[in-house]
Ligand binder design. Structure first.
Ligand code: CA
Length: 529
């Protein structure tokens, strides 16, 4: 790994997460050589890379290796104190059964309300608030993507300069709509995901659709009457909603490609005029809907960035905001921590239902949760999914879990929500957008340039070395927690304050600055025909 200008701290730094732990991780950039004497006198038997574990005591074969106070694996052979404890020395524990879990047993003292924090947002007709003012063009099927993209390029070049209060025009491209088993039970997931993304607060309720004509996912099935609040408001009545704004490429009226493009541009202009008339207004921080996730994780994810995000999650909940945490395979091994934190037995049962559904989904595909960890995770020191999950769950902070969303559902409640999604960065982000996310926080240790077109993404680096090398991609450096320069609380507050600046449009994230936009990726567990 290249480490230009890296400063190797003169003092060896190791981090132990829990008093029960019999391993700790090496924090120093570049790792530590064999023979290094640690602060407690222990001498390293092997060289240990940064982020990797060292045995603090002699570990006999078959004894549990403890990190975060829980067994992340069992020693496959005797491991002397001072040894590098890597994944090949560990046998992974089996997944916690979904039976006999603690249900809503933790009753934390109520957290003091955090009052007086505001941001400047775009208030929508349905009461939600956008952090950006974007025209989104919904598509019913992949077939129309090329035409829509062509039209969007012209809209940006020819129309957008006339509407300075509109931030961007975004084509909601995806692969669904044709060749799908649309009546299969699980097809509800991609369909409601697309519907709810079209209604994301950053799009101001200005829904327009480009359709091919012959696709299985017809516009009326995607957005049935009554599903778009603004149309109903504009019409002034519930029983006569305005018709859905659809440009259908197979319409007889279109003769030639340019007729389609100009039709899309004509419709877009009407929406741009209305969006352009909107102004930011001061709204309470409780209007934030934040999705948190991680990608390219390393052993520092659960030590620096994710705990800081967890502290910030608590601040957001105290401010009355909504926070979604997700990534089912990365929290599955901590299910008992989650069900015990549920506000009610119903919330705990909903979490168990989602995890059971996902267990069955993986089993149907001949896999299990162990398929989650990547070569990069392991190189970064994460031995297996149990260790990764313990570091991932901390993003959810300590607040009670008040609500559960199935994949693609739209959030209706404040507080902390478990939004069930795969851990895939793009699928998770897409499903959190459907949930109504208006701000995204993403932590990374290995480094990923992740970004979404629809919502600002604040990226948090787990290590100072990554933040230094990727200085124009990472928004916050949580690596300062590992070196002792800052506390989890410092970085958590820094993130909270940055969120209000970004949400207000006063600050752009690096992903926005460079326009780094990853694809929307739908979660479709239903068959393709
Ligand atoms: Ca992820």
């Amino acid at each position: 790994m290249p480490t230009p200008a890296a400063t190797t701290a003169s003092q060896p730094i190791i981090i132990r997460m829990h008093e029960r732990d019999n391993v700790a991780i090496v924090a120093n950039d570049g790792g530590l050589p064999s023979g290094t004497q640690l602060p407690d006198g222990l001498v390293l038997v092997n060289a240990v890379p940064q982020g990797h574990k060292v045995a603090l005591v002699d570990l006999k074969a078959a004894t549990p290796v403890l990190r975060y106070g829980i067994p992340i694996g069992y020693a496959l052979k005797d491991i002397p104190a001072g040894s590098w404890v890597h994944e090949r020395l560990l046998d992974m524990p089996s997944a916690r059964s979904l039976d006999n879990l603690p249900i809503a047993t933790v009753k934390p003292a109520p957290m003091p309300a955090l009052e007086g924090y505001t941001f400047e947002g775009f208030r929508n007709a349905d009461g939600s608030v956008g952090t950006r003012n974007i025209l989104a063009i919904t598509q019913t099927v992949q077939c129309v993507a090329g035409v829509t993209d062509f039209a969007v390029q012209r809209i940006k070049a020819e129309l957008l300069p006339r509407f300075p209060n509109v931030d961007d025009v975004v084509a909601l491209e995806h692969g669904y709509g044709c060749g799908v088993a649309i009546d299969a039970p699980d097809a509800i997931i991609p369909i409601r995901t697309l519907r709810n993304i079209s209604l994301n607060p950053n799009f101001g309720g200005e829904v327009m659709v480009v359709s091919l004509g012959c696709e299985k996912l017809q516009p009326e099935r995607l957005l049935p009457p009554g599903s778009i609040p603004l149309i109903d408001v504009r019409n002034g009545t519930d029983n006569a909603p305005a018709p859905l704004d659809v440009v259908c490429l197979q319409d007889d009226a279109h003769v030639g490609f340019m007729s389609m493009v100009e039709s899309i541009m004509r419709q877009a202009e009407q929406h741009l005029q209305r969006l352009n008339a909107r102004r930011r207004e001061t709204v309470p921080a409780s209007e934030l809907v934040v999705g948190v996730q991680c990608g390219g994780s390393d052993a520092f994810s659960g030590v620096t960035a994710n705990p800081a995000v967890g502290f910030c999650t608590d601040l957001l909940v105290r401010a009355g905001a909504s926070v979604m945490f997700s990534e089912t395979t990365e929290v599955r091994d901590g299910i008992d921590q989650l069900t015990s934190r549920a506000t009610t037995p119903e919330v705990a049962q909903a979490m168990i239902r989602e995890m059971a559904w996902y267990d069955a989904y993986l089993q149907r595909g001949g896999a299990d949760r162990s398929a989650n960890t990547t070569p990069g995770n392991k190189k970064g020191g994460l031995s297996n999914i149990v260790e990764k999950a313990m570091g991932s769950i901390v993003k959810s902070g300590s607040a009670p879990i008040a609500n559960v969303l199935s994949p693609g559902e739209k959030l209706k409640a404040k507080g902390l929500t478990y939004a069930a999604t795969p851990a895939s960065d793009f699928i998770c982000g897409t499903l959190q957008l459907a949930g109504g996310m208006n701000l995204h926080v993403f932590t990374t240790g290995r480094g990923t340039p992740y970004g979404l077109a629809a919502v600002p993404v604040i990226k948090v680096a787990t290590r100072t070395d990554l933040a230094r090398r990727w200085h124009d991609l990472m928004d916050i450096n949580a690596g300062t927690i590992a070196t002792g320069e800052k506390t989890i609380e410092n970085v958590g507050w820094e993130l909270f304050e940055m969120m209000l600046e970004v949400a207000s449009g006063r600050k752009k994230t690096w992903a926005e600055h460079w326009k780094l936009h990853n694809a929307l990726v739908l979660f479709n567990p239903a068959p393709i025909t």
